[in-house]
Design a protein around this ligand. Structure first.
Ligand SMILES: [Zn+2]
Length: 111
């Protein structure tokens, strides 16, 4: 079972379909404890990041003013880091960027 908590008040409510889809497709073998916070990250100059806490606990922050397209890309990218972590794969930015396109494509086809 996954435990998902979504925090923050994005200027637009982003879809959580991306999150549900990724958890079903890629993380159904694990039970993870995931917190996703939407906040203003413009000072940090990033769209999002992912931190692994202890155990299967993860914390993702996403910039709260992204276009739908950038939101989908960013959330799937960060979730892919969760996947890398759980599979004991090194955290690889190049891989995550390459996967972004593939994941966005697969996600859009699943709609
Ligand atoms: Zn990354």
């Amino acid at each position: 079972m996954h435990s998902i908590e979504i925090l923050g008040e994005p200027s637009r409510i982003p879809g959580i379909e991306e999150i549900d889809w990724f958890l079903m497709e890629y993380l159904s073998d694990w039970g993870i404890d995931l917190t996703i916070e939407h906040r203003d990250l413009s000072k940090e100059g990033v769209y999002g990041w992912c931190m692994s806490l202890h155990g299967n606990e993860f914390f993702i922050q996403i910039h709260n003013d992204l276009s739908d397209e950038d939101y989908t890309k960013t959330i799937l990218h960060e979730l892919y880091h969760v996947y890398q972590h759980l599979n004991n794969e090194p955290r690889c930015e190049i891989c995550a960027h390459q996967m972004e396109t593939i994941l966005v494509d697969r996600f859009n086809k699943s709609l």
